[in-house]
Every structure is written in C-alpha cells, then in structure tokens.
Write a new protein. Structure first.
Length: 402
C-alpha cells in the first residue's frame, strides 16, 4: 500500500452498518399502529434516529481508518527524515561548490584585470612607437619634398634658361678673347725684336732653370697666389655651376650630384684659403665627405686632365668600398678607373700611398691625397705633397663606424 494513501472502509462493513440501522428503524415502525399518520413527536424521533445512525456509521468508519493512518504516519515520518538528511547533504555539497566557483571567479577576475593592464601597456607602447615613426616619416617626407622642389627649380632653370646662359657665356668668352688679343698686340708692339742677322743664343744653364720652373709650376699649383687669377676665376665658375646648374648626365669626371652651398663653402675654402693642402671639417656622413672630395677631383681634372691621380686612404676594405661606390656615383666613372695605374687608387697603408705618390711625382703626374675621417693619425710623409685633403672628425659628435 502506498504510504501517501489512507485506508478506505470495506464494502461489507458498510453494508452491515446499514442493515443494523434498517432493522432498528423497522422495529420502531412496527410498534406504531398501521394506518396512523406520523405525528410531530414521531417525526422528531425519526430525525434523531437518522442522526444517530449517521454518527454511528462515521464512528465505525473512523475506527477502521485509524490503524491504517497511524501506520502510514510512521512510514511517512521515516521517509521524510531520510529526505531531510539527503537534502542537507546536497545543501552542504552545493555550498562547497558555490565557494569553489566564487574563488575561481575571483581568480579569473584578477587574471583578467592583469591581462587588461598588460594589454593597455602594450597598446600605449605601440602607439608611442607608431607616433615616433610617424614623426620621423613626416620629417623624411618634408625633406624629400623640399629636395624635389629644389630639383624641379634646378631643372627648370637649367633647361629653360640654357639658351640665355649659353649666349652669356659665349659673349663673355668673346670679350675675353678680344681683350686677350688686344693685350697680345700691345705686348708685341712693346717687344724688342733682335736684328735679322744677330745670332740667338741661350745658355744651357738658363734653359735648364726655365724648364725646371715650368715643371715645378705645372706640378705644384698655388691656388691662393695672385698670379693664378684666371685659374681662380675658373674654379669659382665651376663651383657656381655645380651649385646652380648641376648636370646629372654629364661626362665622366664631372660632378653629377646636387651641390649645396655648405659643400661649395668647404671646397672653396680648401682651394683658396688652404691652397689645396689642409683638413676640412667632416660633414658627419661619409657620403657627404665623398661629395666634397668628388667636387675637388672634378675641378682638378678639368684643370689638369688625365695628369690628376686621386689616392684615397682609409683603414678598412669596407670603407674603401664605400669610397669607390661613392666616387663612381658622384663622378660617373666606372670600376675600371680604379687601380694602381688608373685615375683613382685605394690604399689602407699610408706608407704605400706615399711611395705611390712619390712615383707619380717623378713621372710628371699630379697626386691628390684624400684621407678618410677615421684616420686618427696622419703620416708626416703625406704632408710633403702639394695636394692633400683630410677630413677632420667633429670633436663634439661621435664618429660613425661600421
């Protein structure tokens, strides 16, 4: 029997109770005379009997039900106690799980906060680096734009005003020729010519001294002397041409790169103040120094032609390789121009360079010694030659190196 259901009285018991009540009722009715109507008292008595019968039936049913209810109550209380214990155990397990989940949640929140902070720092550092790169790129773009505008202006002036410039130069050359011819005619008129019959003799000592002077003047240029005014004028014209009218596709040994006023100032000072022998403050970059040396080589090659020999001194093959590439780029020469018997010589040892320059002097050639910035000490054997250009490092700046 299910513990949740109450016991119901059987059908036999109910029928027995009803038969007993009917028997009593029949006995009472038989005592009454037949055919006599029921009076008020009898009706009241009958009503009371019905109530007693119903009460008796309810008592019998209650007596039958009470044992089953007590049994059901006992079994139900036991099951309820077990369920209460089970629920308490589940409650404790759920509480432990909730505590574990709360600890995990707190740990995850801490890890999430730390990850967000680290990500924020990374984003800030990345933004800072990007800002720096943006600024550097903007500076580079501005420099390139200025250089582009300068090149456009130079090309515009070079190609648009080339006819006028040529006309001015032709007229200047014409004036120079006319003046030279006039001076030559005046000098010829003042010259005392010998008589036709008089012998023209000259002592050997005088002719030897004259040849020595001519050779010395040819191999030892003096750019600062007044006797070389025409040569000085030509050098200044070349410097102005390099600065104002650069020729990027000119012939070999001609400067092919943009020449700034700061470069022209250093080259002019080396020619006219130092007389072609001295040190020049470095530009802070080997490429800029190569540009200055290339301008000096181009001017000297224009003045003296193939007699010029450029000898470059540097400490390592890497620096000499950079000099070779820079001179090729600035002067438009090929790699075949570099070598011991070529137009440009590359040396790591100052003693070997001095020996080569001495042999060139004996052969009637003109050596130009170029000393890299990284050379800390200059050999005294190099200072005896008439042309040498050294780049002095800036004491306030750190020198570059490979």
């Amino acid at each position: 029997m299910n513990s949740d259901e109450l016991p119901m009285p059987s059908t036999a018991d109910t029928r027995q109770s009803e038969s007993i009540a009917d028997t009593r009722e029949q006995e009472e009715v038989s005592d009454r005379p037949s055919g006599e109507p029921l009076g008020i008292q009898e009706a009241s008595a009958q009503t009371l009997m019905e109530e007693e019968r119903l009460t008796l039936v309810e008592r019998v049913e209650a007596e039958q039900v009470l044992p089953s209810i007590s049994a059901v109550g006992t079994s139900t209380s036991t099951e309820v106690g077990q369920r209460v214990v089970d629920l308490q155990r589940r409650e404790q397990a759920l509480r432990r799980e909730i505590a574990t989940l709360q600890a995990s949640q707190a740990r995850l929140q801490e890890e999430t906060a730390a990850a967000q902070a680290a990500m924020g720092r990374l984003v800030q550092e990345g933004l800072k680096e990007l800002e720096q790169r943006k600024q550097s790129l903007q500076i580079s773009v501005e420099q390139l734009e200025r250089r582009q505008e300068r090149i456009r202006n130079e090309m515009r002036t070079t190609f648009a005003g080339v006819s006028q410039d040529l006309a001015i130069r032709v007229q200047s050359f014409k004036d120079y020729l006319v003046g030279s011819l006039q001076d030559l005619a005046l000098a010829a008129e003042q010259l005392e010519l010998p008589q036709p019959g008089a012998p023209m003799t000259q002592s050997p000592e005088r002719s030897a001294v004259k040849e020595e002077r001519v050779s010395k003047a040819a191999t030892t240029p003096q750019f600062a002397e007044q006797s070389f005014q025409e040569q000085t004028k030509k050098i200044r014209n070349l410097l102005d041409q390099y600065r104002n009218r650069p020729d990027y596709y000119g012939s070999a040994w001609q400067l092919r790169r943009t020449f700034e006023p700061v470069h022209a100032e250093r080259v002019s000072n080396w020619f006219f103040t130092q007389g072609g022998r001295g040190a020049v403050r470095t530009m802070g970059s080997r490429l800029q120094n190569i540009l200055i040396a290339s301008a000096a080589i181009s001017i000297l090659h224009t003045l003296y032609g193939d007699r010029l020999r450029a000898l470059v001194l540097a400490q390592s093959p890497e620096r000499l390789g950079e000099w070779r590439r820079g001179l090729q780029d600035c002067l438009g020469i090929t790699r075949s121009e570099f070598g011991p018997e070529r137009g440009v010589g590359l040396f790591e040892d100052p003693f070997a360079l001095a020996q080569k320059a001495d042999r060139l002097m004996k052969d009637g050639l003109m050596p130009l010694i170029i000393i890299d910035e990284t050379e800390e000490d200059i050999s005294l054997s190099l200072l005896q030659f008439s042309l040498w250009l050294a780049f002095a490092p800036n004491p306030q700046a750190q020198t570059y190196s490979y």
